[in-house]
Write a protein that binds this ligand. Structure first.
Ligand code: PDD
Length: 284
């Protein structure tokens, strides 16, 4: 971990060691907060407006006051990139309802807390992109408003840890026999006839910003897209499977629960989406 970052806390850019948040912050006590993770490529924000639209929606659903206007949020993100000399990686930002004496209900007029920080990460030359990744499946034990990008991520953290212990990169969560999504990524499969399948948007999943871009690329290149639930069995029989997120872009899945997908190598469709998405992102 870099120890000399400049981070953002409620209007100020400070050294990370000096960043302070109240222990009464409701993010800390209740996970009463929402977040966004935006990729940075060649020092530029990727798909920023769509991340901010989703943030606005999450804030609206939670009735958390918006801490800054969209233009100011962009300026804050750009300042973080600049001050930290970030070329490639991520910006994490979080808005919590604010701090107040511990009570499940909150006072009127509570002021939101806004924090953000950079994290260096190799997005383009990831070895996982070359090798593909393994996935395991787990029951989806999350709450029922997964469309809100809330920091209540305990089920996802437990799922990711379970995947790691089984030598996998990600866990796909399953509910009523169908895959919802990965713990921190959207799930896709490619059928033998070339159709791209990903679950339709609802409160069962997060509306992935990368998902949206991939669907658009598919439509532009004449790939049929079927937005519907799919089962683990259907995924096991697919010709390709892959996952998408701001922090991983597109990663081929070569194995689910120990069963090889396709020929067990990263497939051409996922590879093309990855390259296409990265080249579009670079154009800005
Ligand atoms: N996670 N589904 C879930 C549950 C997620 O947490 C994420 C992203 C996605 C993909 O969304 P997007 O394409 O907008 O990144 C889907 C982020 C990266 C995280 O928590 O770090």
């Amino acid at each position: 971990m870099s120890s000399s970052r400049t981070v953002y806390v409620n209007g100020d850019f400070v050294a990370e060691a000096d960043a302070k948040i109240s222990i009464f912050d409701r993010a800390f006590l209740f996970a009463d907060s929402v977040y966004e993770v935006t990729a940075v490529l060649d020092g530029k924000l990727v798909d920023f407006d769509n991340h901010m639209s989703r943030l606005a929606r999450s804030l609206g659903e939670m009735e958390i006051a918006a801490p800054l206007e969209p233009g100011d949020l962009r300026a804050m993100h750009e300042a973080l990139v600049e001050r930290n000399g970030l070329r490639e990686g991520l910006i994490y930002m979080q808005v919590s309802r604010g701090s107040a004496d511990r009570d499940f209900a909150y006072p009127d007029g509570i002021q939101p807390t806004l924090i953000a920080f950079t994290q260096e990460k190799t997005l383009t030359n990831s070895p996982f992109a070359e090798m593909g990744v393994k996935v395991v499946t787990l029951p989806d034990i999350r709450w029922k408003r997964r469309d809100i990008k809330s920091t209540a991520l305990l089920a996802q953290a437990m799922g990711k840890e379970a995947a790691k212990r089984q030598g996998a990169f990600e866990a796909w969560m399953v509910e009523d026999g169908f895959v919802t999504e990965g713990t921190s990524s959207t799930s896709f499969i490619v059928l033998a006839d070339g159709t791209l399948v990903t679950r339709q948007l609802s409160s069962a999943i997060l509306a992935g910003v990368t998902r949206r871009a991939i669907i658009k690329l598919a439509e532009q290149t004449g790939i049929r897209v079927d937005e519907r639930p799919f089962s683990v069995d259907e995924a096991l029989g697919a010709s390709e499977a892959f996952l998408t997120s701001a922090s991983t872009v597109v990663l081929s899945i070569i194995e689910i629960d120990g069963v090889k997908i396709g020929n067990g190598e990263p497939g051409p469709v996922a590879r093309q989406f990855r390259e296409h998405y990265l080249s579009e992102a670079r154009k800005g």
